[in-house]
Design a protein around this ligand. Structure first.
Ligand code: 5RP
Length: 238
């Protein structure tokens, strides 16, 4: 069975106090720390993303920040790279101390095999993510490969910003993945919190990324525990 992992999205933390925010989340029960690595610009259309050499309309953090944070924590740093050229970042993120390296299928159609190999060679766990408009079938070959990804991240908002509305229609992708791959780590990201977790957990997600619902709560530890309880209870039912 895939183990429940609750991963606060550090995108919603106070970046000026990243180390203490990380320590606070771990103390409150977080399993992983989710790090959103965003390149520049945008484009709904994949062609536009490639032409402009950017992936989402925001800029966040890079390998130097991961390296700094690594000096303060031994935690699993679950890095989600929203960039158009992930291969360029494998070496720097490996050196910086990233634990997981999740790239996007939309920009790696031609080189995912090389990418997975390279991620593993740097001691990181490879994952693949898909935007809401990308069919789930696109990631099957990466899970079934001889050298496979170990996590699939189903985006439940259009990547780029925290605080957006959860897209319940993405749960069909999660259900399909869970039926096909019983022990795969299936992660969901975007709009997760106490009011949406049951949908994700019952569909079969076991890794839960949540930013604003945790950092914006009066009692973030209680939110972490509600998220975990929902995943564990759903798993026990099945
Ligand atoms: O990847 C992301 C945005 O691209 C964030 O991790 C995600 O949106 C989490 O934030 P929130 O829980 O506030 O929706």
């Amino acid at each position: 069975m895939a183990i429940a992992k609750i991963a606060p999205s550090m995108l919603s933390s106070d970046f000026a106090n990243l180390a203490s925010e990380a320590e606070r989340m771990l103390r409150l029960g977080a399993d992983w720390l989710h790090m959103d690595i965003m390149g520049l610009l945008f484009g709904d259309a994949e062609e536009e993303c490639l032409l402009t050499w950017h992936f989402v309309p925001n800029l966040t953090i890079g390998a130097p920040v991961i390296q700094s944070l690594r000096k303060h924590t031994k935690a699993y740093l679950d890095c989600h790279l929203m960039v158009t050229n992930p291969l360029d970042y494998v070496e720097p993120f490996g050196k910086a101390g990233a634990s997981g390296f999740t790239f996007h299928i939309e920009v790696t159609r031609d080189n995912w095999q090389e990418l997975i190999k390279s991620i593993k060679s740097k001691g990181m766990r490879p994952g693949v993510s898909l935007r809401p408009g990308t069919p789930v079938e696109d990631v099957f070959p990466l899970v079934e490969a001889e050298n496979p990804v170990e996590l699939v991240l189903v985006m439940t908002v259009e990547p780029g910003f925290g605080g957006q509305k959860f897209m319940p229609e993405m749960m069909d992708k999660v259900r399909t993945l869970r039926e096909k791959y019983p022990s795969l780590d299936i992660e969901v990201d975007g709009g997760l919190g106490p009011s949406t977790i049951d949908a994700a957990a019952s569909a079969g997600a076991n890794c839960i990324v949540a930013g604003s619902s945790i950092f914006g709560a009066a009692d973030p530890g209680e939110v972490i525990s509600v998220l975990r309880k929902s995943v564990v209870e759903s798993q026990n039912k099945n």
